[in-house]
Write a protein that binds this ligand. Sequence first.
Ligand code: NAD
Ligand code: ZN
Length: 375
Amino acid sequence: LTRRVRIRVTFSSDDRNRSYEILIRDRILDELIEGTLPLPNANSFIIVTDANVNKLYGSKLLKGLSGVTKAGLVSFPAGEANKNIETAWKVASELSRLGADRRSVVIALGGGVVGDLAGFVASIYKRGVDYLQIPTTLLAQVDSSIGGKTGVDAPWGKNQLGTFHQPKGVFIDPRTLLTLPPHEILNGVAEIAKCAIVADREMFSQLSKLTKFDSDIPRKFIVRACRIKARIVSEDEKETNLRVVLNYGHTVGHAIESSSNFRLRHGMCVTLGMMAESWIALTMNLLQRTDFEKQFELLRRLYRYSSVNLPILNKETLFKFALTDKKTDSLTVRMSLPREIGKMYTTADGNYRVPVSKEIFDGSIDYLRKALSNG
Ligand SMILES: NC(=O)c1ccc[n+]([C@@H]2O[C@H](COP(=O)([O-])OP(=O)(O)OC[C@H]3O[C@@H](n4cnc5c(N)ncnc54)[C@H](O)[C@@H]3O)[C@@H](O)[C@H]2O)c1
Ligand SMILES: [Zn+2]
């Protein structure tokens, strides 16, 4: 990808100064390091990153920025386990120690963990400072760096403390994927497949033609996924309705992930989740069988590609995790379902959340187990 792709995320006209651009190009990180890509005006830049990304790219970026402006760096240990309030506290303390003020800009350099945590700290440090996203995992490039959801995990659940805080810009350098472990690539591919099923039929058929899913994934898939996410969050920033379509596969997927105590990878769980949820759409007569089968074929291939064993799928446990309102003894869950590849279903009153009975939910888990038990 030698041409620089620009995608705008825009919000309603009263809020034009919150709009921003996503720039995608190979070596854009090098341009930032060499100072050939202009950054916004700021009193200083503080890079927030994790230890892995720091070793690969963090210190280089710090060195580059220090040549042209006041810059600092804060690094924390990698991994979801560190996406918590204690780390946020430490990062904020470091910002203060480095003299960051309200006109300083935070640079989130890393995967979704870094992006969510750095964005969260930026949203509350001195009542909010600007931040930029430089996502370095495929998942972060196509999903988490766009849309302004920030947050940390709590002992009682994932992402339980958070804010909406849009970045001032997103810089995507697909070449950073070259250092990413293969299973991390698959996490991103699952979200790309989700985007295609939700909003882009042609992208889906192109994706179905791929024979391998590695760091050489054609750049057009990153670009198209970003366009889809940008359009959806522009239209419904706070997830009042449309943005929930991005949760496709995630109701069952999250339930599988939670019931495994987060030992299973997110991408694999979402892949299984989409298989189950597309079966639900088929069974509720929302989705045609041909589109169900096309989808199933790609998802099964993705699942096999991850070469893990089928997890234990306990219907009762999964249903409990899938219930969003844990207080009621409700027997329905709400989820977003496809009506064809590239289009999501809405109820007669335009709601993208569709109620699904426990019976059908259970059926989808039985189906999943049967369909995958022979590999
Ligand atoms: N805000 C949102 O809208 C949103 C959306 C989806 C997911 N998320 C969040 O994203 C997080 C998951 O993000 P993730 O999958 O990127 O995980 P991650 O940030 O933990 O990164 C995965 C691993 O890859 C390493 N890494 C990152 N970039 C690398 C590179 N270029 N080369 C080598 N190693 C590299 C990291 O150090 C880490 O060990 C979750 O916490 C999830 O809740 C947020
Ligand atoms: Zn996801």
